[in-house]
Design a protein. Structure first.
Ligand code: PLP
Length: 220
């Protein structure tokens, strides 16, 4: 199957209120352009350098989403153009994004990553840490970022019941705290679901899915 037919198929299975992020990490610009040519405008990458190279060589109406874990010292390389940073899990990182956004006279949208998986390896905040961060005086002072939602990654498992439990956990946290609005916080987006579990994620309340291999094929 071609990238274009994969993309069209995926889109036909996603309801209109769910945003599709085409995860293009490791793939060449020619592959991204195939998706671009049938209308895809949101791409997700997990390495800042790779995303920046693609940003520089591709049309400027693309929205670039950083979906990987971000190192503080690299924020400056994407601050001029990045559209949404999915995996933010500390006040320190938010403060750096704010500082770099300010230099570019921009506001950068961020999702806070919530820890929902059972496995040890995933990044993210638990519910208490999330509330502590959003309630802190330091957070309120960050005028060049906006927290627009939450992001989560389920355990890497075949066990659908386990995955469903984790997605539902994120949706519950979201619903509990979505009324918590400030100048720089308005929770609208729930980013959850990848190639293997996006339909389950949508059933559990996802509004943004991050799909790579089902569009572009497997990665090495
Ligand atoms: C790679 C990646 C995806 C896409 O995974 P696929 O299984 O290829 O769809 C989604 N989210 C994150 C954070 C990723 O790193």
């Amino acid at each position: 199957m071609s990238i274009q037919s994969n993309l069209q198929h995926i889109k036909s299975t996603i309801p209109p209120h769910v945003t599709l992020v085409a995860v293009s990490k490791t793939k060449p610009v020619s592959d991204l352009m195939e998706a671009y040519d049938v209308g895809q405008r949101i791409f997700g990458e997990n390495k800042i350098q790779e995303m920046t190279e693609k940003y520089e060589s591709m049309p400027k109406d693309i929205q670039w989403h950083m979906i990987g874990h971000v190192q503080t010292n690299k924020v400056k390389y994407m601050a001029g153009y990045v559209n949404l940073i999915h995996g933010v899990d500390s006040l320190k990182l938010l403060a750096e994004i704010n500082k770099q956004a300010k230099k570019h006279n921009r506001t950068i949208n961020c999702l806070l990553q919530v820890y929902i998986a059972e496995e040890e390896s995933k990044f993210g905040l638990d519910e208490n840490e999330l509330l502590e961060l959003l309630g802190s005086a330091e957070f309120r002072l960050l005028e060049n970022i906006k927290v627009t939602g939450l992001m989560g990654m389920a355990t890497f498992t075949e066990d659908q019941t386990q995955i469903q439990k984790e997605f539902t956990h994120l949706k519950t946290i979201f619903d509990k705290h979505k009324t918590l609005k400030t100048e720089n916080c308005d929770l609208q987006i729930i980013s959850m679901g990848m190639s293997g579990d996006y339909q389950l994620a949508i059933e559990c309340g996802s509004t943004m899915v991050r799909i790579g291999s089902s569009i572009f094929g497997g990665r090495n």
